[in-house]
Design a protein around this ligand. Structure first.
Ligand code: HEM
Length: 314
């Protein structure tokens, strides 16, 4: 059976075997269900992502299935005006915004927060310490990354569950396929999520702090050519998903893989110095993001497969 037939984009079962077959036999193929060319070899993926002239990022956060009119109306009436600011923009807008955002969102910030991150992690692990059997994702890796992110955003820890649910909703709307009623409910939730982010920015306008929104407002300095208010709202909304979704998945994926490979688990317990390597390997072995999209700016080809201008690849 050909890879096109075996590849089921919304199912994880058997996924690695299908990718393996694709890399070996048909590394670039078209997927009808996604309306995308799928590129599976590491070197090809790297070459696509490092060539913004040929491949635009504009489609990277577009809904897999365009929103229905009903959903678009809910978003319009809810004044949901989120605009592309980071992952789904090309230069020069991408460069302008990245230069500002990376002044705050960087590894240095997280390193400085280490004592607080350790406290939150101890609290989460302490809460399951005496429970015999737990759902580790539900009890630990679901909310913890959001609480860590909130250290940068100044959002209250108690909002973590609500934000996670809103982020799941947005994720399913954009990267999943929902039935109409679920999509309508998700659209209302997306408007609430957007308003929450706007309210957070408004609060920092009144009382600045040392958080990301306050930093963006100061960097803007009232100058729309640097950043507009809508861009700031969009940046906060963006990081309110991007800053915890991946880490929840990475942590859950790594723990699951270790439990499935108990000899590796035992090695870690015996030698915690291996943990940084395990985290790196977890990102490779069970990545929290398995796909990302680009759109062809011109007719091109990869490994002899012709890709027409305007085509998506994943
Ligand atoms: C395992 C951890 C993570 C992985 C694998 C990951 C991966 C990614 C990828 C692949 C993108 C899209 C990049 C592009 O299109 O060029 C992205 C975007 C982004 N990530 Fe991460 N990320 C992780 C953790 C984080 C954390 C902890 C933060 C924040 C503190 C963060 C903030 C962002 C932001 C703000 C964006 C842009 C979102 C947007 O455009 O709306 N990420 N990330």
């Amino acid at each position: 059976m050909g890879v096109e037939t075996l590849f089921k984009p919304f199912e994880s079962e058997n996924m690695h075997a299908v990718y393996e077959q694709a890399r070996r036999a048909e590394p670039v193929f078209f997927c009808e269900e996604l309306n995308c060319y799928v590129v599976t070899k590491h070197e090809d993926v790297l070459s696509v992502f490092s060539d913004p002239e040929t491949y635009s990022a504009v489609n990277s956060q577009s809904p897999i299935r365009p929103f229905t009119e009903r959903v678009s109306n809910i978003l319009k009436q809810g004044n949901f005006t989120r605009e592309p600011t980071q992952a789904n923009t090309d230069p020069p807008k991408h460069s302008r915004i990245r230069e500002i955002s990376s002044g705050f969102l960087n590894a240095r910030q997280y390193i400085a927060l280490k004592p607080e991150i350790v406290r939150l992690t101890r609290e989460a692990l302490g809460s399951i310490q005496h429970k015999g059997r737990v759902d580790f994702v539900k009890e630990v890796t679901y909310e913890l990354p959001a609480k860590v992110l909130f250290l940068l955003l100044g959002a209250p820890e108690s909002d973590a569950f609500k934000i996670k649910q809103w982020a799941d909703n947005r994720f399913n709307m954009v990267w999943g396929v929902l039935d109409e009623e679920s999509e309508v409910a998700a659209a209302h939730a997306l408007v609430d999520y957007w308003n929450y982010c706007k309210a957070l920015v408004a609060a920092r306008e009144k009382t600045p702090g040392d958080d990301y929104a306050s930093y963006l407002l100061a960097a803007r300095g009232g100058d729309d050519t640097k950043l507009t208010m809508n861009e700031i709202h969009s940046l906060i909304h963006g990081v309110m998903l991007a800053g915890h979704e991946t880490t929840t998945n990475a942590a859950g994926g790594l723990i699951l893989s270790l439990l499935q490979n108990p000899e590796q688990w035992r090695r870690l317990i015996a030698n915690p110095g291996l943990i940084p390597n395990a985290v790196e390997e977890g990102l490779r072995y069970c990545p929290p993001l398995i796909t990302w999209r680009r759109r062809a700016n011109c007719d091109t080809s990869i490994r002899g497969v012709k890709i027409p201008k305007g085509a998506n690849r994943s």
